[in-house]
Design a protein around this ligand. Sequence first.
Ligand code: TYD
Length: 220
Amino acid sequence: MHGSGKNAPFITLEGGEGSGKSTQIKLLSKWLSTEGVDHVCTREPGGAPGAEEIRELVLTGDVDRWTPMTEVLLYTAARSDHVERVILPAVRSGQWVLCDRFFDSSIAYQGAGRGVGVDKVKDLQTLVLGDLKPDLTLILDLPIDVGLSRAVSRETDREKKEDRFERMDKSLHEQSRAVFLQIAKNEPDRCVVIDAAQSIEALQQTLRTVISDRYGALLK
Ligand code: TYD
C-alpha cells in the first residue's frame, strides 16, 4: 500500500465478467493458509455490511436504473466504507488482503464503459481514498465473448440476479477490457496482466508464482 511500508500486502484481482477471479481467490486463500499467511478475502462492490447493501442496489434491476455518475458515486461510497472498516484495519494488523475488484473496476467500467471519463473517475478515487493503492493488482484478461458466456452459465440464484452489468452492451465490456490493459501499461510496478484463458489449475499456478516472486520472503 502506497507510503505504508509496514502494512501487510494489499492485493487486488481485476478483469472482465467470467474471468474466474472468485475461484482463483478461493484457491489462493487455501494456498496462503498452508503457507501460514494470515489473510482476509473480500470483494467489491461490498465487503462490509453497508457496502453489501450498496452492492444490491448497483447490481440488480434495470440496466438504466442508475445514471453513470450515480453509479460511480455508489461504488465509491461502498469502497470508502469497505476500506475504512475492513481493508485498512486488516493490513495494519498484519493480515494480507485479497480483494475481488477494487478502484480499477470503477475506472474501467464507469470511467470508460459507462462514459463518465477515466480521469474524472481517477480524480474521484484520489479525493475519497487519498494515496491508497493496492500493492499488487492481478488483471485476469480474457476475450469478452469467452468471459460473458462463462458468466451466464453460473450456478447460484443470487449470482444470476446480480447481472445488471452482464446485460449491458458488449461494447461496455470491450472498453473496460481496453482500460484495464492501459492501466497495466501505465503502472507496470503495480499491475500484472495474466491470460485467464488457461485452465483453472494453470492460472492458479501462474498467480502463485507472481505472488511468490514478489512476497516470497513473507511466505513460510
Ligand atoms: P463481480 O461481483 O466481481 O462480478 P463478476 O464475477 O461478474 O466479475 O462484479 C460485479 C459487477 O460490478 C461487474 O460487472 C463489474 C461491476 N463493477 C463496476 O462496474 N464498478 C466497480 O467499481 C466495481 C467494483 C464493479
